[in-house]
Design a protein around this ligand. Structure first.
Ligand code: BG6
Length: 484
């Protein structure tokens, strides 16, 4: 074996989320979730959030890839791939269909027992996210999502039920997926999927999202406190979207702008890890006259319920500039983190078809930055290359572009671990089997090593087949890394 320096128990895996894979949106007592009212979009057209489920609309998550019914067959393939870990989420609305019930739905609990047992039987460790964009719709509709403090208790109750139930099957947990997606408050889909919130015209989106985000951080801390009471051996993590934002030039204002843009995203992990509201946020709230509600008891919960590790996704980097150089880079969009700051394209990087800039060194960079900031174990729980794959006449799929992307990122991860000394628990690339895209709702934005025969309109046999990347990843896992 060429590389015996990565830890032997390094968790090579794959990741998905319940709403993007399971389908079976009404089976066994499941309630409607906020993902069930998202229409399909594309790389040019945003998904819409409908008022309940409407006739004559197509909702790609309703069937997804029918993993709910086909999981034994899919897990057999994942075993063949060699996965040591499989990250998925529990669909909250299978356990509490409306979210505010006192008693859980036993059929939903039984389903995850079977799923986790099947994974464990195949020597695949389940890694579980408690809330991955799938809160019960009722909590969004009737309570306004996480703007309402009562939703904190509903989440903590749900977390307690599932952690108690699965404590001997699941060791690694994460509370809220990509909790910082919503950070600027202006993106409708993110406010909805992170917090179950539709910002109203008379509201200040930034203030609403700071309140909801803080409520989620409190909910996360309280769930972690409960988890430690239930079983102190569990590892409780957060889940962040880390998109490093570089200064667009060496003009000092660009450096400050990059720092401030990142600070807004770090707000979430700063609280998850350090257990207190950072002074930069308090100053901002004061200056802007925001009334963010929190009690002394909640501050104490934040302090006590800090995370054991930081799970995060990494797909791309961005750049920010304040320099009006009239070059073609100023086609970006303004951000209010720093005067005259605009997010712009980085001319040194290429993009995928959705405009995501490909930057493998950015992974090593962010691993270093985050480890230096917090000194906590990190877990790369999402990374991958979304692409339109071509099925050849003989049925094969040659996805070399995916292999190049992943190979380059794994190389940089290894440098971070082996040369920079960053502690990384594992690597679970996103969409290990093709699933519905979260951002666009497309089925044809594919990440998988396993192809699923289904198109953007929902046509197809759902048949699974291996892409050429399948044997490549199988080999990487076998040899415990890439040959640098
Ligand atoms: C992350 C999410 O945003 O990135 C996933 O945690 C999502 O749910 C993934 O699917 C990739 O994004 P997309 O839009 O390509 O599916």
């Amino acid at each position: 074996m060429f590389n015996n320096q990565l830890p032997k128990d390094f968790l090579w895996g794959g990741a998905v989320a319940a709403h993007q894979i399971e389908g079976a949106w009404q089976s066994d007592g499941k309630g409607l979730s906020i993902a069930d009212v998202l229409t399909a979009g594309s790389n040019k057209k945003p998904r819409r959030i409908t008022d309940g489920v409407l006739e004559n609309e197509y909702y790609p998550n309703h069937e997804a890839i029918d993993f709910y019914n086909r999981y034994p067959e899919d897990i057999a393939l994942l075993k063949e791939l060699g996965l040591k870990a499989f990250r998925t989420s529990i669909a909250w609305s299978r356990i509490f269909p409306n979210g505010d019930e006192k008693e859980p739905n036993e059929a939903g609990l039984a389903y995850y027992d079977q799923l986790f047992d099947c994974l464990i039987k195949n020597n695949i460790e389940p890694i579980i996210t408690l809330s991955h964009f799938e809160m019960p719709y009722h909590l969004a509709k009737e309570y306004g999502g996480f703007r309402d403090k009562r939703v904190i208790d509903f989440f903590v109750n749900y977390a307690e039920v599932v952690i108690k139930r699965y404590q001997h099957k699941v060791k690694y947990w994460m509370t809220f997926n990509e909790i910082n997606n919503q950070a600027d408050g202006t993106h409708e889909l993110h406010a909805w999927t992170n917090s179950g919130i539709l910002v109203q015209p008379d509201e200040n989106p930034e203030e609403v999202i700071y309140q909801a985000g803080l409520n989620e951080l409190i909910a996360s801390a309280k769930a972690i406190i409960k988890a430690r009471e239930i079983n102190p051996d569990l590892k409780m993590g957060c889940m962040m979207a880390y998109v490093p934002v570089y200064p667009g030039s060496s003009e000092p204002n660009d450096q400050m702008a990059a720092l401030k843009v990142m600070e807004r995203r770090f707000f979430y992990s700063d609280i998850h890890v350090r257990g207190e509201i950072p002074s930069y946020a308090i100053k901002k709230w004061h200056k802007k006259g925001y009334k963010i509600d929190y009690s002394q008891a909640e501050l104490e919960a934040l302090k006590e319920g800090t995370v054991d590790y930081i799970g995060f996704s990494y797909y791309m980097s961005n750049a920010v500039t304040t320099v009006d150089d009239r070059s073609n880079r100023l086609d970006g969009y303004s951000v209010n983190d720093y005067p005259n700051a605009k997010i712009v394209n980085n001319p040194y990087l290429k993009s995928n078809d959705w405009g995501w800039q490909i930057d493998s060194i950015g992974l090593r960079y962010i691993l270093n930055v985050v480890y230096q900031r917090y000194n906590k174990p990190l877990f790369i729980v999402e990374n991958g290359f979304g692409a339109y794959d071509q099925v050849e006449a003989d049925g094969s799929i040659q996805d070399d572009y995916r292999v190049s992307y992943l190979q380059a990122h794994i190389e940089q991860m290894q440098l971070a671990i082996l040369e920079d000394g960053v502690e990384v628990l594992g690597y679970t690339p996103w969409g290990v089997i093709d699933i519905v895209s979260f951002g666009s709702g497309e089925m044809e934005k594919r990440y998988g090593f396993i192809h699923v025969d289904k198109d953007n309109q929902g046509n197809g046999t759902l048949r699974r087949s291996k892409k050429s990347s399948f044997s490549w990843y199988q080999q990487i896992i076998k040899q415990n890394g890439v040959e640098a």
